[in-house]
Design a protein around this ligand. Sequence first.
Ligand code: NI
Length: 202
Amino acid sequence: MRFKLPVLIAGGLLLGVCLGLLIVPGALQRVVPKEVVRTVGTATVGGPFTLTDHTGKRVTDQDFRGRFMLVFFGFTFCPDVCPTALQVSAAALDKLGAKAARVTPVVVSVDPERDTPEQLARYVSSFHPRLVGMTGSADEIAAVARAYRVYFRKAKDERSAAGYTVDHSSIVYLMGPDGKFITHFTHTTSVDALAAGIARRL
Ligand code: NI
């Protein structure tokens, strides 16, 4: 069987490129689009933030170094998902006993308009004595939500006195003492599963 010369050259080049991708270290990673590589990693959840806690104090991510953080994004006027997530988080920490002292539960408001530090102070005390509520300017909240890849959006709600509610993702993040993302849970995770999931990483 006789191949035409251009076909042989094209075939040879293709073979060469394929072999090159397999043999040269990192070559495949350079060719595969960056977006694909990024979604495989978990390092991009979290990051620096500057907010105001429920006592009115300005806080940054640096203030939490050396402690695990159990972070949830929600708002005090949320009728069901937020209270469930916070109750489950509090119960899981209680279940962990003394070990839980290394974990600081945090709720970041996605409704800074209504969630003043005073409003947050009343709210957090009803869930856990160590729960830290955090709020901030619209820009600060948008920035921290972006860093944690949290979705939130104001939506019309006739039943609410303020006329709106806030749709938001309900993910519970476990962040390490170095501020880096460890794992996440959802508001449907059970108390036992959450306690076990945290204990495994302490
Ligand atoms: Ni909620």
